[in-house]
Design a protein around this ligand. Structure first.
Ligand code: GRF
Length: 221
């Protein structure tokens, strides 16, 4: 008998295209089940995706709090309650507080639209173009107390073409994200990649699959 799927909370702030990709692939991956979609934006369109599928859609409204600090504290207390087995950040635009990253370290992952450690933060595509980069892509990483600094699990990359601009890069990198993130999440949930004694360890089978799919896994082997 197979293991039961891990329960995921996916955190979003906007359209939720990565959430869609995670939802679309959860049945064939069979290793995870999205049980909650969580947002700091009650109007995030991705919350509707959850509601349509009968998944818990949880959000907090900034306007109901006096200060951003109070809102942020309540937001992460709520996320702590609904977290499940793994929290997956997918376009969640709130910086995670240190207490939360410590409590959830190893069970909190993010996708970032750049080849970290290059271009943490915002406007990654524009910055990659301005820096004259030849390659660009996306990174899945564990979240630590820094911004986009946690241990890297995997990356997917592309060549920047002379005709590329911010829009074309954004579209192409997003397409890579939609393949890399569900695959990484599934590997994490079925033990193809583990975080043990402060190190990321990939199984041989997962490493072979990554190579076949054109993903780079970390640490480099
Ligand atoms: C993605 O590019 C993700 O890497 C970044 O925010 C964007 C979210 O897009 N963190 P979506 O909401 O998943 O469409």
């Amino acid at each position: 008998m197979g293991l039961s799927p891990l329960k995921l909370t996916v955190c979003i702030s906007g359209r939720g295209s990565n959430l869609s990709a995670l939802l679309a692939q959860q049945s064939d991956r069979g290793t995870y089940e999205i049980t909650t979609v969580f947002s700091d934006q009650p109007s995030a369109s991705g919350l509707n995706l959850a509601r349509e599928r009968g998944i818990d859609a949880v959000s907090l409204d900034r306007s109901e709090f006096n200060t951003f600090k109070e809102f942020k504290q309540a937001l992460f207390e709520k996320l702590d309650q609904v977290g499940g087995d793994l929290i997956v950040l997918a376009g969640f635009m709130v910086i995670v507080p240190e207490w939360f990253t410590k409590k959830w370290f190893g069970k909190l992952i993010n996708i970032h639209p750049a080849l970290l450690p290059k271009f943490p933060g915002l406007h990654t595509h524009q910055r990659a173009l301005e820096a004259g980069e030849r390659t660009h892509g996306c990174t899945v990483h564990l979240v630590d107390a820094g911004v986009d600094t946690g241990p890297i699990l995997a990356q997917s990359s592309l060549e920047i073409l002379p005709e590329d601009d911010e829009d074309t890069l954004s579209e192409k990198v997003l397409a890579l994200e939609h393949k890399l993130y569900p695959w990484c999440v599934a590997q994490f949930c079925k033990g193809g990649v583990k975080f043990e004694e402060g190190r990321i360890v990939w199984s041989d089978a997962a490493a072979r699959e990554a190579r076949a799919l054109g993903f780079e896994i970390f640490p480099l082997i």
